[in-house]
Design a protein. Sequence first.
Length: 553
Amino acid sequence: MGKRYQSNSSFIIIRSAIWIAVMIVYMINIGPLLREPESRPYFVILGLVLFIGGMILLIMSIVDKSKSSLNESEVNYRILVETSNDLIANIDRKGNFLFMNNAYVKTLGYVKEELLKINFFELVHLDDLEKVIQKLSALSDKQSVNVIECKLIVKSGKLIYVSLNASTISGEEVSDATILLSIQNISDRKQAEKKLRESEQRYRLLSENSNILIWTYDMGFKCTYVSPSVFKVLGYTQEEFMDKTLDEIVDTHSFDILMQGIMEEVALENKEDRDLNRIRTEELMYVHNNGRFITCEMTATFLRDSKGDPIGFLGSTKDITERKKLEDDLKESLERHRLISENAKDLIYSLDFALNITFLNDTVNYNLGYEINEMLNRNFSNFITNNSLNNIASIFQEELNNEEEDGINSSRVRTFELELIHKNGSIINMESTNTFIRDSKGEIIGILGVARNISDLKKTMAELKSTIEALEGYVYKISHDIKTPLTSLANFLTLYLRKKKPELDSESEHYFERIKGNIEIMKNLIENVFENYTHVENRKPDVKDSVIEIEMR
């Protein structure tokens, strides 16, 4: 296009130069020739011819230049149309395509030959077809429709959202007028709007139903917005809360904390390296509408203009009354357990699966003579006898097998005796009660044990056993010494009765039998006392054996 325009310009310049040259020759020669009367008419006619020719050349130059400019404009317009991202097309009143740019091909997926065979209205989704036909049919000469939002169906069957602008192009007849369509693909914008609406809906639901209060204040500490959750958290309506000043919604101490924090934040604003995204969190005591105090966690930051200067405050307030109560209860429980752990004489320890010691309480020095750091992270096998180590391995394997068979049982415990090695080398007998340490899923991650020193108890039990054995011998001797005369007496009575029975009357015989019977009862009594004593550790005395009824008739 540019080369053609340049060639046309050059041709115009050459023609103009020739005409100027002819005129110069004419003017040079016209003076002498005008002196001859018979030559004057010819030169006047020649001058007129040259003038008219020059004017014709001038007009032709202007026309050529106009045509060249027009061609250039057409080419530029075509380039703009073909390279535009908007879908530009010309259709007749029936919707048949007369022209479409390349954007139609890229966006709709058809080639131009296919589109020329398709009616534009076939591309419009059925939901929007009536609206589009009505708008386009109502267009009169030189009218335009600014925006029609509708859905088009691309070749793949997918829907795209578009914004349609239409205007009429006049023809020789009214019926020949066509419609120029300019369509912009707004699918991305629609998707963004949908996500924004969903986000706003989620925010509204959170704002209305959350236990977190969201608010904004201007720099004069006037509340400009508060979320509907203010009623759930503090018992105020939005209007009631927004009408209150800061010192009316928090207690005096919390108000002082607020003012101190604001002054500190304003001071930070004067620094060149200030963090524009910083936030501040404080625990404040808010006043509920019913008058009670609520512990809340307030998080706030500055609202800023486009230059980054503060124009207000944005923040949230969360009721942490229950959390604070749980924290206080937890602190109290931990303190209670700390006191128990530090003051109890029992050794509390924990092991990982490799039997490495992961925790010890302070009684380790009392029980074994070591400092905590001397045993912590070392293997438990360094501080127990081989017999105890083998016993522990066997017991824990049994418990792991029970875990596989019976499933998770967090209340399962096992008690057994351990022989621990004191720092001085002596053996300390301890009774250890153990259970598994589990993670949140119930998986075993270690072993927790509480061990009690039973060395003194073992010594006492041994001494008691020795005493019992000695006592048993003494009791046996006593019972033998008592039973011997009774046996002799019983035998004597038996012999006497056998020899004198014919001489005795019935009453005497009855009394002798009663004496013999009571002797047997006393023998049985002594035997029962001895038997019950020697088996006191294994069974309780039989009540029947301990009751003796002697009937005197």
